[in-house]
Design a protein around this ligand. Sequence first.
Ligand code: G4P
Length: 198
Amino acid sequence: MELLKNKIVEEGIVLSDTVLKVDTFLNHQMDPFLMQEMGKEFAAYFADAGITKVVTIESSGIAPAIMAALHLEVPMIFARKRKSLTLQDGLLTAKVYSFTKQEENEISIADKFISEDDTVLIIDDFLANGQAAFGLMELVKQANAKVAGIGIVIEKAFQDGGKQLREQGVNVYSLARVSSLADNKVTFATEQIEEVGV
Ligand code: G4P
C-alpha cells in the first residue's frame, strides 16, 4: 500500500537492524486518515471471505482493526493482555510469548463474543515472529470458529512469523512488507506472495 509505505519512509525511525519505530502514526500518535484507508484496504481484500468478526490484540491493533470492521460492517473484538476486573469467567485464553520483550502474556477474549458460526479476520499492527497471531488463532480455534485470514499493517519479512503462518496455509495479507532494516534503511520486499485463497 503506497500511502503506508510513503509514511514509513518519511516518518519511520530505524532503531536497530530488527526494530522500526513508527510512533508518529501507528504505535503512539495515530493517523486516523491512514487508519481509515488501511481499514478500507483490508475490507476490500477480504470482501468475499464471509467475515463476521474482526479480532485483534490490544493496544496498537485496535485502530486498524476497528477501521477494517467498520468497512466490513461487522463487530471488532480485541484480546486483552491483562485480566479485566469485570471479565473473570467464560474466557478463551492463550499464552503469547514476546521474543522482543522476553515476556509471556496470557491473552483473553470473553467466549460469548465468538461462536462456531463465526468467520474471523485477525488484524495486527506488526508481524514479527508471529506469536501474537498464533495466540489469536488459538483463541478463535477454542471457540470452534474459522480464521479467514490475517491482515497485518507492517510485516517484518526478515523474521519468521509470515513464513510460518503461510506454510500452515493461513492467508496473510500485509499492507507493507519490510525485507530489511540494515544500514539504517527501510527496504521493502518486492517479491509477490502467493495467495492462499481468500
Ligand atoms: P510477534 O507477535 O510477531 O512474535 O512479535 P513480537 O513478540 O516480536 O512483538 C511484541 C511487540 O512488539 C508487539 O507489540 C509488536 O507489535 C511489537 N513489535 C515487534 N516488532 C516491532 C517493530 O519493529 N517496531 C515496533 N514499533 N513494534 C514492534 P505490543 O507489545 O503488543 O505493543 P502494543 O500493541 O501494545 O503497542
